[in-house]
Design a protein around this ligand. Structure first.
Ligand code: ZN
Length: 202
């Protein structure tokens, strides 16, 4: 399998790169992405493929469960760089259905050491959905509950995003919009869930 990647790179150099030499030469000098994509690491959600975007267009940060944690220095540096230096105008937090991270949240394994700690930042999404179900006194199939939690997780991570003071400031100055999306791997479609609807104080 690993040789497939290097063979693929050879084909890329010989075909795509060769054909669009100027595009890649300009790109090598400067990147001007206009979107920061915060998505799940899941191999079935490849951002450039599902959005039909080219190299240089989308700055990407992916992790297990598309989590925005304010104690994650990796993401903090990505946000600081893209918002304060690259002046990116749009941030997308894109979740997806059939997410293994949300599955792990719902079925916590005692053997795992790190996954449960990481998923602490998504725990509230599960609590909120379960509270709603309890209040409504309804029964819903497990699959539907999971989908609701996957969607709520995106809303929750958008809330975490605006805990960063420089994110709030950029939004307040009208320089930044944040978006919550869901990718459905059964249909290939992205559903727009939320845009900037969180009350934003500078
Ligand atoms: Zn996932």
């Amino acid at each position: 399998m690993i040789s497939k990647l290097l063979d693929g790179n050879k084909r890329f150099v010989e075909t795509v790169f060769e054909k669009e030499k100027e595009y890649f030469a300009d790109l090598a000098k400067l990147q001007r992405p206009t979107v920061l994509w915060i998505g799940c690491s899941d191999s079935r959600v490849p951002v450039n493929t599902i959005t039909q975007t080219r190299p240089g267009e989308v700055f990407t940060h992916r992790n297990v469960g598309n989590i925005v944690a304010t104690n994650d220095w990796n993401l903090s540096a990505v946000l600081e760089f893209t918002i304060n230096h690259l002046k990116i105008p749009d941030v997308v937090v894109c979740g997806h259905y059939n997410c293994g991270a949300i599955n792990a949240l719902l079925n916590e394994s005692e053997e795992d050491r790190y996954i449960p700690i990481w998923l602490n930042s998504a725990h509230k999404a599960m609590e909120r959905v379960d509270d709603r179900i309890r209040l409504l006194r309804i029964q819903i199939p497990p699959e539907q509950r999971r989908r609701l939690i996957e969607e709520e997780n995106v809303r929750l991570q958008l809330e975490h995003l605006i805990e960063y003071p420089f994110v709030r400031k950029a939004m307040h100055d009208g320089k930044l919009s944040i978006h919550g999306w869901m990718y459905d791997m059964d249909t290939g479609e992205i559903k727009v869930m939320q845009k900037n609807s969180i009350a934003c104080q500078p």
